[in-house]
Design a protein around this ligand. Structure first.
Ligand SMILES: [Zn+2]
Length: 153
């Protein structure tokens, strides 16, 4: 037998989680010197690191670290003294090398919060949004779909 809406709300507490992506204003990508500028022709802002070619070693973007720590501090997070990247294995056309360098179990910032004010029927109330983590991950590409009529057969 299904519970009524009122019984469900009485019995359970809704807990929602959001994953929010932010693009940092760096001039180059997270792990190489390739430009992040929008609007360039396809395949002009890639290098052996982006393509995951054998022997290509990523080097972390120091400005991205600085910006991410600033975000963590703004969100009242603890800043980890040690942080680690991991490979997230998947295939998708925006990352055809089959893995994305991301953070998993050791993010750079964790355990924060953001206090916000929300309008309710009883007036404006304070609400604390807990922040589990802030982490960094590799830029993905932009996929463009071409009509076959554009191709020069
Ligand atoms: Zn690159």
């Amino acid at each position: 037998m299904a519970l009524s809406y009122e019984k469900v709300i009485e019995k359970y507490e809704p807990v929602l989680g959001l994953e929010v992506h932010v693009e940092l204003g760096t001039k180059s990508k997270m792990f190489c010197g390739c430009s992040t500028e929008f609007g360039a022709p396809p395949n002009t802002q890639v290098c052996p690191v982006c393509l995951g070619l054998p022997g290509a070693l990523p080097a972390v973007n120091g400005k991205a670290i600085e910006y991410t720590i600033a975000i963590g501090l703004a969100l009242n997070c603890s800043i980890a003294p040690f942080s680690r990247f991991a490979r997230k294995n998947y295939f998708y056309p925006d990352m055809p090398k089959n893995f994305q360098t991301s953070q998993y179990d050791e993010p750079i910032c964790f355990g924060g919060f953001l206090d916000v004010k929300i309008d309710t029927e009883e007036g404006v109330k304070d609400y604390r949004v807990e922040i589990e983590r802030v982490h960094m991950e590799e830029d993905t590409g932009k996929s463009l779909c071409h009509q076959t009529s554009d191709w020069n057969w």
